[in-house]
Design a protein around this ligand. Structure first.
Ligand code: PLP
Length: 451
């Protein structure tokens, strides 16, 4: 165990539990400790430098280290440091951030609730879905539909939305009443000869079948990410959201868009909802909201939902929900400044300009014998590793080929996100054209070296 000779490595293994990590393996191999970052690069304690093509966990939109945001946090900590927004208390940063989010929302939104993470934003939305249907006198509308392979968080309720069986196993989850419809992964799951539109029609029919089977009067809400990030950076097939939303409207089902990854420029518009024509009742967002530099999330709700909350508040005496750190002045100020920086940099315009070289690099990998598909939008994309391009067959799982390819890519100085047989790209949004070229040429060299 050579890595464990360094004392921080030993202390890590002795003290820390790492999320989404094979704990047994971690005890054996120890951590990789990152020490500093600049721009889109990050360095570990051996001095190895990586181009961070995953923006950490899809969030470091402005790259690593940021003097200006550090100054804003420092000033805010000095001025007030902490105050809450319970029981009519308020402060400037939370108000200004809420106003800004409403101004840039993709569809008319009425109010904003703050939390510290994407999971909590979705958790809050789940509670508001139930609150809404109780307020309007339809308490039997309780079941929530998300999609298989979706990711919506790790708290008990948000992981119940999540469509990943490994995240439920032995945690006694999901909770009852959380249902999962088809994973709309055209490349992997479409039938031979089926067009994207035909496939989307089949996906919408599957949703309608599930609603019918469960009883439309029991279905409260539907959840979707515009691009399915932790599902493998999977794009919606053509016509998907139009057809899905028609079904939701038909049965009066609330629609929650999970913009935790897609929000704030990732898909080439401020919101993924704009890129793919979503008209949600609520939007959860986090990550890019503070460029990953402060733990903050927001839930935007429309007037329909807010009116129901008002009447519940009348009935119950107050809106009995909240978090100590909701709308925290430091994280709110950092988020507000982040949104200002995005505007100054014209980050959405930049992503639109970078989309062309990014997609050219991504699509260039399609010719590689190990890659079955490669598609993306804005600055998010995924490739699928296959053993046989023609049949689309994956490698036998025990061979661990995707893990080995991912390790090779790291060895070549690029960090990406491995998800099953897929590898996702989501570089910091500030990436430039030559860095995009560098990322793909390093990835290609790793793949070539693997043959
Ligand atoms: C789409 C989506 N929703 C929710 C979450 C959960 O966010 P958090 O890890 O901040 O709780 C994530 C995290 O990756 C995500 O990708």
């Amino acid at each position: 165990m050579p890595q464990l000779s360094n004392s921080l490595h030993v202390r890590d293994v002795a003290s820390l539990v790492h999320p989404q990590t094979n704990l047994r393996k971690h005890v054996e191999i120890g951590p990789r400790i990152f020490t500093r970052g600049d721009g889109i690069y990050i360095e570990d304690d051996s001095g190895k430098r990586f181009l961070e093509g995953a923006a950490g966990l899809w969030c470091a939109s402005l790259g690593f280290g940021n003097e200006r945001l550090a100054k804003v946090a420092y000033d805010q900590m000095k001025d007030i440091g902490y105050y809450h927004i319970y029981r009519h208390a308020s402060h400037g940063p939370a108000i200004e951030l809420a106003e800004k989010l409403l101004e840039i929302a993709p569809v008319p939104m009425s109010k904003v609730l703050f939390q510290c993470s994407g999971s909590e934003a979705n958790d809050t939305a789940i509670k508001l879905v139930w609150y809404y249907w109780n307020a309007v006198g339809k308490p039997q509308k309780r079941k929530i539909i998300a999609r298989m392979a979706s990711y919506h968080g790790s708290t008990c309720a948000s992981v119940s939305l999540t469509g990943k069986p490994d995240m439920h196993a032995d945690f006694n989850l999901p909770f009852q009443g959380f249902l999962h419809t088809e994973f709309p992964h055209y490349y992997r799951l479409a039938k031979d000869g089926e067009t994207e539109e035909q496939y989307s029609t089949r996906m919408a029919a599957a949703l309608e079948d599930l609603i019918q089977k469960e009883g439309p009067e029991t279905i409260a809400a539907f959840w979707a990410e515009p691009v399915m990030g932790a599902g493998g950076a999977v794009l919606p097939p053509a016509g998907y959201f139009k057809k899905i939303q028609a079904v939701l409207k038909k049965y009066d089902i609330l629609f929650v868009a999970d913009e935790v990854i897609c929000g704030f420029g990732r898909t080439g518009n401020v919101w993924g909802s704009q890129t793919f024509g979503l008209e949600p009742d609520m939007i959860s967002c986090a990550k890019g909201l503070s460029a990953g530099l402060a733990p903050i999330s927001a839930l935007l709700i429309n007037e329909r939902v807010f009116q129901a909350m008002l009447s519940e508040s009348d009935k119950q005496g107050s809106f009995a929900h909240g978090y100590t750190y909701a709308g925290h002045p430091v994280t709110s100020a950092v988020a507000l400044e982040t949104l200002k920086i995005y505007e100054e940099l014209d980050i959405v315009g930049h992503v639109k300009r970078m989309e062309k070289p990014f997609l050219a690099g991504l699509h260039g990998l399609r010719d590689h014998p190990l890659i079955g598909s490669a598609e993306g939008v804005g600055l998010i994309g995924g490739i699928e590793i296959v053993q046989d391009k023609k049949s689309r067959a994956a490698f036998p799982a025990d061979k661990q080929i995707p893990n080995k390819i991912d390790a090779k890519i790291r060895e070549n100085g690029v960090i990406l996100r491995l998800i099953g047989n897929r590898i996702a790209f989501s570089p910091p949004l500030i990436i430039n054209e030559s860095e995009i070229e560098e990322m793909f040429s390093r990835v290609k060299a790793a793949l070539d070296g693997f043959r």
